[in-house]
Design a protein around this ligand. Structure first.
Ligand code: ATR
Length: 276
């Protein structure tokens, strides 16, 4: 039951109506008997209203503010403190109100690290990152943190160069796909293959080796064409769903100071995304 003491968490974005975060977190609050302590809501906030929204949330004592498109980078300038990880990634998706001060965190990198760590020892492995945008930055952070040798492959070479220099990585053009088979891990951090362009894939089965891990951060559809091709090549695959799950787990911890039941969240997320 919601009371006058219930702490409010919100997700802000534009659009935000499609977000499953409120359902997922509220179900987890119920499951952990935290639903009198926390509630999670969504607010559509236009890009031009971000400053006012953050000031308002602070004045209202909102406990947590999740940022999604288009606010993850712009929000930084309105916060009191940015933790080291979020600073290095250059984006904030989770804000905690600690005694009236807004502190920015990023949980996306954990969505990359946790699923990889479940499958292999990361130290001294090599990884190819496809893409050099915001998502690729969180991917590179997670890999660099674990001492993985990174090569960024991107369509625009200049962007690959910039990202690579920030994370002591190498960089190459995405046209050099023939090199990809030699990496232990290949992560797609581009939107290629995302709904509605579900037939697209940066790699064919021929570009993939059977002892590789192929991780696609795209999660709509659940099984992208890239992952289908990786299966055909006999590679191990990691669904984008995993990234979504683990970034939510870390966010739940930041907002509530408690560790959520991973299996419960996994099951609920499956249901919410209508994955069979
Ligand atoms: P996000 O914040 O989600 O990472 P972004 O910053 O727009 O989004 O970055 C998207 C990345 O996917 C970019 O690296 C982009 O390549 P460019 O830097 O050349 O634009 C890459 N990308 C998008 N569509 C692509 C396509 N059809 N083929 C190859 N790369 C693509």
């Amino acid at each position: 039951m919601v009371t006058a003491k219930t702490k409010i968490n919100i997700i802000i974005g534009d659009p935000v109506e499609h977000s499953i975060s409120p359902q997922l977190h509220n179900l987890a609050y119920q499951h952990h008997k935290l639903d009198k302590d926390f509630i999670y809501l969504a607010c559509r906030v236009k890009k031009t209203q971000l400053k006012q929204a953050i000031a308002g949330a602070k004045a209202l004592g909102i406990n947590g503010i999740t940022c999604t498109i288009p606010h993850k980078v712009n929000v930084i300038k309105y916060l009191d403190k940015i933790d080291k990880t979020a600073k290095q990634i250059g984006a904030v998706n989770t804000i905690l109100n600690k005694n009236g001060k807004l502190i920015g965190y990023n949980t996306d990198w954990y969505g990359i690290e946790a699923p990889l760590k479940k499958r292999i020892t990361l130290k001294d492995k090599t990884a190819a990152v496809l893409g050099a945008g915001g998502a690729a930055r969180a991917v590179c952070y997670a890999l660099a943190k674990n001492k993985i040798k990174i090569t960024v492959f991107n369509r625009t070479l200049e962007k690959a160069k910039q990202l690579a220099s920030d994370f002591k990585a190498e960089y190459k053009s995405i046209n050099e796909k023939h090199l990809l088979k030699s990496y232990d891990i290949v992560i797609n951090a581009t939107p290629v293959g995302m709904y509605p362009n579900i037939k697209d894939s940066l790699l064919t089965p021929k570009d993939i080796a059977k002892d590789q891990i192929i991780f696609d951060i795209v999660y709509t559809p659940y099984e992208t064409q890239l992952l289908k091709n990786a299966k055909k090549a006999g590679a191990k695959i990691i669904y984008g769903f995993e990234m979504l799950l683990y970034q939510a787990i870390l966010q739940f911890k930041i907002y509530t100071n408690q560790t959520p039941d991973e299996d419960f969240l996994r099951t609920q997320l499956y249901k919410l995304l209508k994955i069979k």
